[in-house]
Write a protein that binds this ligand. Structure first.
Ligand SMILES: NC(=O)c1ccc[n+]([C@@H]2O[C@H](COP(=O)([O-])OP(=O)(O)OC[C@H]3O[C@@H](n4cnc5c(N)ncnc54)[C@H](O)[C@@H]3O)[C@@H](O)[C@H]2O)c1
Ligand SMILES: [Zn+2]
Length: 516
């Protein structure tokens, strides 16, 4: 929510010409509430926000609607509120102007109510989903009649601890990520971690990587908790999976609250990204370029983990973190199934990525590294020789780790890219859910691999009941290429020309954006 106040003065320039000077400020305020079960009819919090309007326009993605749609409908019905749901497609491919426009059209059709300039008199759009939905729909709200209120309910770890902490909203455009966007704060964000019960483990890892980022460079207490409960947090959906212990739930809540608080403290003084020395840039120096280098791009969490692990080796080589701390950090990535190295993470990529990031960071590297764990230093004086020596050492160390430091489910699949829509028939979903219940489908680890044609997500509850705890992993397993994309496997809008250097394919166009 924002409130713009400005004054105007008549002026005379040094040359004697008359003019005006306008000076103003925009007050920004927004709230967060931690609440488990936001669509539980016993929790009136959300309904209160819509009571005045007697109705609600919600924007969500098709996956979320498949899993939570019935519960949403029941919730609004219970409170006598009319609900209209706009369903977007999923994946980075849908983070586009056409998706943005389709949301705008729904807002017009719905007739979102906007009275005068008073923010509290504007009807808020409800946005439910991961960073993708909250970014696109948030941008539609920023642009719609110049400023429309919205309420955010993030449903992924990235959404909960990162995208919905920020007020940045955007769409991809012209081969660039987040090229068109705005700073637009919602009036309220409800943080409901029970959504993580249905989030695939690969997506949980993505968010876990961002939590390692924040804690390693600015919050030792959170780092210690991530270290202590690593496997349980990843496997048991941050304590929201059935059967999670009270101890795990408490630890997860502490991590999330402190992580979000830390993120807010780091973000709020620089809401508009003016500051370039950014703690939250840890892991985001070489990764923006490297993330897109493999034929099938790396998942963001894996790309930043490789960068963070390598940066830690660099920091250790300089004596900024001890051998024990270094090993502890590397072990944490490994235990979480996150990548620490990749065969295409090479001297050549480091050089290209360095050149690219210097352009976005005002000519300085500003590589955030831990010093020691829980605090941060920015390195500007890393020579190519030092970088390459650290890389050599890093790769040598990786031999001591499982999978030579490569991560699990490290590459984007259709659930990230959106190349395949959720074409799975309802019947198939019900059969799969029933089979899962019976423990017949890869039941040992409690995860079910979806079959072809789907985006890898499925309603986990055959009887339409929600808050199911089963997770259904994406079908698009790494197989040299994305297995179910209709044509090609690039993230739409980010596809690049590839050229060959020393036999390995590398990105010839070093386009790097500073997203965190
Ligand atoms: N605004 C910011 O500051 C900011 C920060 C970080 C990331 N982002 C943006 O966020 C986007 C990525 O967001 P994300 O990682 O949340 O991914 P996402 O929104 O694409 O969601 C990932 C997948 O999980 C599914 N999903 C979401 N919640 C689910 C749930 N509870 N149960 C089952 N399935 C669920 C989605 O349908 C999708 O297939 C990127 O576009 C990135 O640029 C923005
Ligand atoms: Zn990031």
């Amino acid at each position: 929510m924002s409130d713009l106040k400005a004054t105007v003065k008549e002026t005379t320039s040094n040359s004697g010409h008359a003019g005006f000077h306008v000076e103003g400020y925009e007050k920004i305020e927004y709230d967060f509430t931690f609440i488990d079960g936001i669509f539980n009819t016993e929790n009136p919090n959300l309904a209160e926000c819509y009571k005045k309007w007697k109705r609600c326009l919600a924007v969500t993605d098709q996956n979320i609607y498949n899993v939570y749609g019935q519960q949403m409908e029941r919730y609004f019905e219970h409170y006598g509120l009319e609900l209209k749901v706009h369903k977007t497609k999923i994946g980075e491919k849908a983070k586009t102007i056409p998706t943005f426009l389709s949301i705008v059209d729904s807002m017009t059709e719905f007739g979102i109510y906007r009275k005068a300039h008073l923010t509290f008199n504007q009807e808020p759009v409800l946005v439910v989903g991961g960073g993708l939905v909250t970014d696109v729909a948030g941008f539609a709200c920023a642009a719609y009649r110049r400023n429309t209120n919205f309420i955010r309910i993030p449903t992924t770890v990235i959404g909960l601890i990162d995208a919905s902490v920020s007020i940045k909203v955007a769409v991809n455009y012209g081969n660039y990520k987040n090229r068109l966007g705005a700073y637009h704060a919602p009036i309220h964000t409800f943080l409901d971690f029970t959504f993580l019960r249905t989030l695939p483990t690969a997506q949980i890892r993505n968010g876990f990587a961002e939590l390692i980022k924040i804690s390693t460079c600015s919050h030792k207490g959170t780092f210690d908790l991530l270290d202590k409960y690593c496997e349980q947090l990843v496997e048991q959906s941050f304590g929201r999976a059935d059967g999670s212990s009270k101890e795990l739930i408490d630890a997860a809540d502490k991590i999330n609250r402190e992580g979000i608080h830390e993120m807010l403290k780091l973000e709020t003084p620089i809401l508009d990204e003016i500051g370039l020395d950014r703690v939250i840039a840890y892991g985001h120096t070489w990764s923006p370029l490297h993330e897109l280098v493999p034929e099938t791009p790396l998942r963001h969490g894996h790309a930043i983990s490789i960068d963070m692990a390598y940066s830690a080796t660099l920091a250790n080589s300089r004596g900024l973190i001890t051998d024990v701390e270094h090993r502890r950090l590397l072990n944490l990535f490994s235990r979480a199934g996150l990548s620490m190295d990749h065969h295409l993470f090479s001297e050549d990529i480091l050089a290209k990525a360095t050149a690219a990031i210097l352009k976005t960071r005002d000519g300085l590297l500003r590589a955030a590294v831990p010093n020691p764990i829980g605090q941060c230093t920015f390195l500007n004086d890393v020579s190519a020789e030092e970088m390459n020596a650290a890389l050599k050492r890093h790769k040598q160390m990786m031999k001591q780790f499982p999978r030579n430091g490569e991560g699990l489910e490290a590459y984007v699949d259709a659930s990230d890219t959106g190349y395949t829509e959720n074409a799975k028939a309802e019947e198939e979903r019900i059969v799969e859910a029933a089979a899962k219940k019976a423990g017949q489908l890869n039941g040992a680890n409690g995860h079910v691999n979806g079959s072809n044609g789907s985006n890898g997500h499925s309603n986990s509850n055959a009887n339409g009941g929600l808050n199911g705890s089963a997770k259904i992993n994406g079908n698009a397993k790494r197989n040299g290429a994305l297995s179910n994309g209709p044509s090609g496997n690039r993230v739409d809008g980010l596809a690049k020309t590839l050229s060959s250097t020393n036999g390995t394919k590398v990105n010839s166009t070093a386009k790097v954006q500073s997203w965190y």
